[in-house]
Design a binder for this molecule. Structure first.
Ligand code: FCB
Length: 488
């Protein structure tokens, strides 16, 4: 994420073959995460993470898949960087695996730095820089060292304290070469999917614990931002949130409007408000009062969370429509007393999510790029002066490697094209969007879905580790080359 001056996007005359152009210096990237691609799960001193444990727990991940080998990127990073260079990527967003950096961490002590583990990222960053690709590193993309979970994980504030120390180590060793550091990826997922619905590691189903995790993740972000600024003062600091574009099913129904308010509070404002304004939203505290008294928030914590941001990352895939529970069918009930173990919506009261309509991706997620436009404009208003990056956007489709040796993924091209047009509209409307990272460079381990869902613009044959750029990769390379989209 190189800092560039915001310039208005240009719209070429209709029919122009050049189509939409993005501002000069717009960053075109792709994103991945450590556990999803690296493999080498027990090499060079790496300790187990909560995802190693979770994926080995029967019934948690599709068909018992694990990230033990994944895309074997740990051994193939040189070829993978060469591929990125051929596609013309300007930036690569990857994550650093904490269990490689300080494998001896315990709740009370960070333990020694593992030079061999750090060495991998050292080499990766140098390889990227030599290829002219800026490295954007995420410090936490869900692979918590298992030893920390054994001490309480994100429900325990010591995890946040150790995270700040780990951030200092990464800043000291890589800080001079990174283009940006992203503290956390999607803390909503870490907290609610990890500790309330249990569909992600560590698979706990304790509503109150999920809210403690929310706070300790926010605290971890603040501690990491402070540590990075101490050790690498010039390194831009960001956080990546998966904000929901929440819409009430019936905008005229007060009950649906209130359901949308509650979801907005639990997914968006419980992170945005402390990070941007140093406070928790009063309505969220009230809605969740029957679940927890929030006594894990200590004096001074919110000042720590509230650090200036050099950039804000938004991950966006699909919109969220919600309505009040109508008394029929499956409701989301999250009463905080154990009866709602499988709901991530802690303290939300009764609400439900209607069956998605319209075109769906292979995840069953509806395709609606308007949400990306709306969220970017909202962030521009709520965080004036903070540059925005789309740090993830993309889609899984049932790709087929055809006899001609290609993957003709027109559906993915259509998805990305539509979402890039939404980004362009947001820029035209004044949002200071500096870059876009496509999820994902490679097909990879899609968490609970294992390898059954393919998000890559590059196809991976998991038996041979052969990489085949899909049509979408060739199309994206052309978008990057033009700094814009072909005519509408
Ligand atoms: C996001 C995650 C990423 C990937 C995409 C599809 O929530 O950050 O790792 O799983 O979804």
């Amino acid at each position: 994420m190189t800092a560039v001056e915001a310039r208005p996007a240009q719209t070429e005359p209709a029919g122009s073959p050049a189509g939409l152009r993005f501002p000069p210096g717009f960053v075109w990237g792709a994103a991945t995460a450590a556990y999803q691609i690296e493999g080498a799960h027990d090499e060079d001193g790496r300790a187990p993470s909560i995802w190693d444990t979770f994926s080995r727990t029967p019934g948690k991940v599709f068909d018992g898949h694990t990230g033990d080998v994944a895309d074997d990127h740990y051994h193939r990073y040189v070829d993978d960087v060469a591929l990125m260079r051929r596609l013309g990527l300007g930036s690569y967003r990857f994550s650093v695996a904490w269990p490689r950096i300080t494998p001896g961490v315990t709740p009370d002590s960070l333990g020694p730095v593992n030079r061999a583990g750090l060495g991998f990222y050292d080499r990766l960053v140098d390889e990227l820089l030599a290829a002219g690709i800026t490295p954007a590193a995420t410090l936490y993309h869900w692979d918590l060292p298992q030893a920390l979970e054994d001490g309480g994980g994100w429900t325990d504030r010591r995890t946040a304290e150790r995270f700040g120390e780990y951030a200092a180590v990464v800043a000291q060793h890589l800080g001079d070469r990174l283009s940006t550091v992203i503290t956390l990826n999607e803390p909503w997922c870490s907290a609610y999917l990890g500790y309330a619905s249990g569909v992600h590691a560590p698979g706990r189903t304790e509503p109150a614990a999920a809210l403690a995790a929310v706070h300790h993740l926010n605290l971890a972000h603040g501690l990491a931002a402070l540590a990075v600024r101490e050790h690498a003062p010039d390194l831009p600091v960001a956080i990546t949130l998966n904000l929901a574009w929440v819409r009430p099913e019936d905008p005229d129904d007060p009950a649906d409007l209130d359901a949308a308010r509650r979801v907005d509070g639990l997914q968006n404002r419980v992170f945005l408000d402390p990070v941007l304004h140093g406070r928790y939203p009063a309505d969220v505290l009230a809605d969740t009062a029957h679940v927890t008294d929030w006594s894990f928030v200590r004096d001074g914590d919110l000042a720590v969370v509230h650090q200036p941001l050099d950039a804000l990352g938004l991950n966006y895939y699909s919109p969220t429509v919600v309505r009040a529970w109508d008394g029929v069918g499956v409701r989301v009930e999250a009463d905080g007393h154990g009866s709602s173990a499988s709901s991530p919506w802690v303290g939300s009261g009764d609400l439900e999510f209607p069956e998605p309509v319209g075109p769906l991706t292979a995840m069953g997620w509806p395709v609606d790029a308007d949400g990306l436009h709306q969220l970017l404009v909202r962030l521009h208003t709520e965080a004036p002066g903070v540059p925005l990056h789309v740090t993830e956007n993309g889609a899984a489709y049932p790709d087929v490697l055809t006899a001609d040796g290609a993957v003709h993924d027109d559906d993915r091209i259509g998805y990305v094209d539509g979402h890039l047009r939404a980004v362009h509209r947001a820029i035209t409307d004044g949002a200071d969007v500096r870059g876009y990272y496509l999820w994902s460079l490679l097909d990879n381990f899609e968490w609970g879905y294992g390898f059954s869902k393919r998000f890559g613009i590059v196809h991976v044959d998991y038996d041979t580790q052969t990489r085949t750029p899909k049509d979408s990769a060739l199309w994206y390379a052309e978008v990057i080359r033009r700094n814009g989209l072909p005519g509408a």
